[in-house]
Design a binder for this molecule. Structure first.
Ligand code: FES
Length: 275
């Protein structure tokens, strides 16, 4: 029988049979394994708090002079919306205070991020401690996985992907129409920020694991589907950056919203390049 000495055992201690060693310590890791989950909790909580405050504000979401609409209020379709900000009409009634004007898109965007493979890993580890890091014990006595209620709903991620793609199309439209002013083509720093935001949103959305599967999954012969194979290889390259894009787009969404809010509130002027 193979024997070995348990890690951390006193010198000269009796070797024990091969298998899982009996280790008294919670973990043998001595590095700062807790830092990543801690930063994740701080980062996600700060972003959620900011988004909650901004979506409940019901103001500073549109710069009438330059046509900038923040993605947090898009599509703006209630009677409470500034008419020029309502690119798709205002079929919904006036909203009471604190109800976000972008309510048509926000639940889908939240669902898309909450069920995202990367965010699942991030919040399972940081908020649920399940487990907080590799080689660190789970914070819970048992693990039931994602095969039963409520986590079984994580499996509808692909449908949130379809909805998020539609919202990205709407955000793209918002960014494009902002170039159209009363006197023709116009451009300011806000336009560049809106465009940068949608480019990164598309990069995050298309780098989704579901998107990759839709492009190239279930194919027996890539050689018979050259277009899908090409799409799959391009999406696979983006997919390797999915975690970075998940965080970058949280940052660009908040920055875009903050810029629109500051210009709309006349706190800062927009830097103009054309018109
Ligand atoms: S896996 Fe992250 S958005 Fe789909």
């Amino acid at each position: 029988m193979t024997t070995r000495t348990a890690p951390g055992a006193a010198p000269g201690a009796q070797p024990e049979p091969a298998g899982r060693p009996r280790i008294g310590a919670k973990t043998l890791r001595t590095d700062r394994w807790w830092l990543t989950p801690l930063l994740t909790v701080i980062g996600l909580s700060a972003w959620l708090l900011y988004a909650l405050i901004r979506t409940a504000m019901q103001k500073y979401y549109f710069v009438e002079e330059h046509g900038y609409l923040t993605p947090f209020y898009s599509p703006c379709m209630t009677q409470s919306c500034i008419p020029e900000a309502a690119h798709f009409g205002r079929p919904l009634p006036e909203f009471p205070p604190l109800v976000p004007y972008g309510i048509l898109a926000l639940p889908f965007l939240l669902g898309f991020r909450l069920t995202c493979y990367y965010y699942r890993k991030a919040y399972y580890r940081s908020f649920w401690l399940s487990p907080p890091a590799c080689a660190v014990p789970d914070g819970h006595a048992k693990y039931t996985g994602e095969t039963r209620f409520p986590l079984v709903f994580q499996n509808i991620h692909r449908y949130f992907f379809y909805a998020a793609a539609i919202v990205s199309v709407i955000n793209t439209y918002d960014a494009i129409v902002a170039f159209r002013g009363d006197e023709g083509f116009q451009m300011g720093l806000g336009n560049l920020i809106l465009v940068g935001n949608v480019v990164l949103l598309w990069a995050y959305t298309l780098s989704c694991h579901s998107c990759r599967h839709i492009a190239g999954g279930r194919l027996k012969h890539f050689s018979k589907h050259p277009v899908r194979y090409w799409l799959w290889t391009q999406i696979s390259k983006l997919n390797t950056r999915h975690m970075e894009l998940a965080w970058i787009t949280l940052g660009t969404l908040a920055l875009t919203d903050a810029y629109v809010a500051l210009v709309a509130a006349d706190a800062i002027p927009d830097l103009r390049f054309i018109n």
